[in-house]
Design a protein around this ligand. Structure first.
Ligand code: ZN
Ligand code: ZN
Length: 138
């Protein structure tokens, strides 16, 4: 993976650059991700907030008001693309792989998380380490 990654939302109103190497590559099977992905897992990388530089429109955010530990998800207000998730207690930001200009640089996840919420027809490659919920490092 190159050190400088670029991406943005589907309509191009929001652009970003990632200036340091992402720490972790994963797929998340949680029920919330199924809403945002179209039903499958979400593919993501962890990036430090300082290394993620946005340009263009400011993303709008959503946080479930009923959950004390709810994550904050950032979207393009024009096209609805979900770009990042901020999780309480996690230093890094969750960056959605589908928003990269060239998603092929992801080259696949290493771990699968929230497998206890997965659908029977979700596919998890055999060489992945799986977690029922969250590993301590992701
Ligand atoms: Zn957009
Ligand atoms: Zn998830």
């Amino acid at each position: 993976m190159s050190d400088q990654l670029e991406g943005g939302c589907f309509c191009g109103a929001i652009r970003y650059a990632v200036t340091s190497k992402p720490r972790l590559k994963a797929q998340c099977h949680c029920r919330a991700c199924q809403y945002f992905s179209g039903g499958g897992p979400n593919y993501y990388m962890l990036v430090s907030p300082e290394s993620l530089v946005f340009s263009g429109d400011a993303p709008s955010t959503y946080r479930n008001p009923d959950k004390p530990d709810a994550v904050t998800r950032a979207f393009c207000q024009k096209c609805g693309t979900h770009l990042t998730t901020e999780r309480p207690g996690l230093e890094e930001l969750v960056l959605k792989v589908g928003t990269l200009d060239d998603p092929s640089v992801f080259r696949g996840p290493k771990i699968a998380i929230f497998c206890e919420e997965k659908q029977d027809w979700h596919v998890i490659p055999e060489d992945l380490t799986t977690f029922a919920t969250l590993p301590s490092s992701a």
